[in-house]
Design a binder for this molecule. Structure first.
Ligand SMILES: [Zn+2]
Length: 144
């Protein structure tokens, strides 16, 4: 656990004197990191807690204790709710839809253009990923 004690946290706060540590939102693979879990734009002075450490703290001590350690409650709720792209790409992308992120539509259009200009590469990659999925499914069926 590497959470910074509340008294060492920086200037971000809830408006009632509480100093919060925010959590960096995990990137979608095509996007540069720019937001906290709670939706603030990151800047160099913003105090941040490590996302994995925060989730570890929640598992060990619960939400209330993690908030008491100075973690932004909105970041905490979002970090617990939304997975990383690596863990669950469908839900990670669903978050963008749920958040009505205006950047998301432009990113999807750009990804569509990339897919169209690299059709053969995309089809090969999709076939490889389908094989991986099929292997996993085949193993599951054999165990039954
Ligand atoms: Zn936050």
């Amino acid at each position: 656990m590497k959470l910074i004690p509340r008294h060492q946290a920086g200037s971000a706060g809830s408006g009632n004197g509480q100093m919060w540590l925010h959590v960096r939102r995990p990137n979608l693979p095509w996007r540069q990191a720019s937001l906290t879990e709670c939706g603030d734009v990151l800047d160099d002075r913003m105090p941040l807690a490590n996302r994995d450490d925060v989730l570890e703290q929640v598992a060990a001590a619960g939400m209330q204790a993690t908030t008491a350690a100075g973690i932004c409650p909105a970041c905490l709720t979002a970090a617990c709710r939304w997975p990383t792209f690596a863990a669950d790409p469908v839900r990670a992308v669903a978050r963008e839809y749920a958040d009505r992120n205006p950047r998301f539509a432009a990113e999807l259009r750009a990804l569509g253009v990339l897919a169209a200009t690299h059709r053969e590469e995309l089809d090969t990659l999709l076939a490889e990923l389908a094989d991986v999925t099929d292997v996993a499914e085949a193993r599951r069926r054999r165990r039954r």
